[in-house]
Design a protein around this ligand. Structure first.
Ligand code: CP
Ligand code: NVA
Length: 305
């Protein structure tokens, strides 16, 4: 595998074999079987939205690799005073070895990447959250051996970053993905992304509105917040999405060894109940931990070390 110098903006840009190799490397680095280091390498981390897991896992990951990470945001850099993303990117490329960015618009991260002479990693945009999906796929591989033929059902807001990346990533690695949401455009998967994902899928992709049908025979149940960062009309969204809550009754329709996943942060009592997130099927903290491991592998791969 040679991913040196590549950007990591969407899983659509990567072949199944490339994603599998990164996950394999992450599992080996996690166990200590493979040791990689990035001495004297600097990661620039640019945030336009808040974060707990992403910031800490990238920063701690870089520490563990003997590199260094620098936190940057729009408020305390000249970006807040109107310096362009592309000028910023050209400058950061002169100081850093790799960048990650959490921005609202995918077009902005593309602008950042186009102006950059070093790899850029998407740490969440409105459209995608590829690092989260890599951690999620790694976690399911650890628990089930592979994703081949597994049914993964995503409940709730299927029109935003987390469902988009779940559809693309899991179907590429052979899982059958079902997106279960209200029959309203804003909650449905983006048609362009759905088509692009279907063209590349190894497993199947379908959209469903019936929660029971979605849950039946599911090997993995996934959910995310009903009100993502930057979304408005919280009250209406909560009302519309309430029937899609992941609760004990819903989980009861799935396979008996179903894995329950959530990228976190969770809004307990909305998209997922305490009983489920703290229950025996939940693997949410394993997913969170694997952000650290898989992102270390992504940085090692993009830096060609
Ligand atoms: N899952 C995730 O990306 O969490 P943060 O928003 O805390 O980074
Ligand atoms: N969909 C959520 C994911 C948070 C990690 C958001 O964008 O807020």
């Amino acid at each position: 595998m040679n991913l040196k110098g590549r950007h990591f903006l969407t899983l659509l840009d990567y072949k199944p074999a490339e994603l599998k190799e990164i996950i394999d490397l992450a599992i080996k680095m996690k166990s200590g079987k493979v040791v990689k280091k990035l001495p004297e390498k600097t990661l620039g981390m640019l945030f336009q939205k808040p974060s707990t897991r992403t910031r800490i896992s990238f920063e701690a990951g870089m520490t563990q690799l003997d590199g260094h990470a620098i936190y940057l945001d729009f408020r305390t850099t000249q970006l807040g005073r109107g310096e362009t993303i592309s000028d910023t990117s050209k400058v950061l490329s002169r100081y850093c070895d790799i960048l990650m960015a959490r921005l609202y618009k995918q077009t902005d991260i593309i602008e950042l990447a186009n102006a950059s002479s070093i790899p850029v990693i998407n740490a969440l945009t409105d459209l995608y959250h590829p690092c989260q999906t890599m951690a999620d796929m790694m976690t399911v591989v650890e628990k089930k051996g592979s994703l081949d033929g597994l049914k993964i059902t995503f409940f709730g807001d299927c029109g935003f970053n987390m469902c988009n990346s779940t559809i693309i990533g899991f179907s590429k690695l052979g899982a059958d993905v079902v997106a279960v949401c209200p029959d309203k455009d804003i909650y449905m998967p983006n048609p362009e992304i759905l088509n692009a994902a279907k063209k590349q899928a190894v497993g199947s992709i379908s959209v469903e509105h019936d929660v029971i049908k979605g849950a039946e025979d599911a090997d993995v149940i996934y959910t995310d917040t009903w009100v993502s960062m930057g979304q408005e009309d919280a009250e209406q969204r909560i009302k519309d999405l309430e029937p899609y809550q992941v609760n004990t009754k819903l989980v009861g329709h799935a396979n008996k060894d179903v894995l329950v996943m959530h990228c976190l942060p969770a809004h307990r009592g909305n998209e997922i109940t305490d009983e489920v997130i703290d229950g025996p099927h939940s693997i949410v903290f394993d997913e969170a931990e694997n952000r650290l491991h898989v992102q270390k592998a992504i940085m090692v791969a993009l830096l060609g070390v």
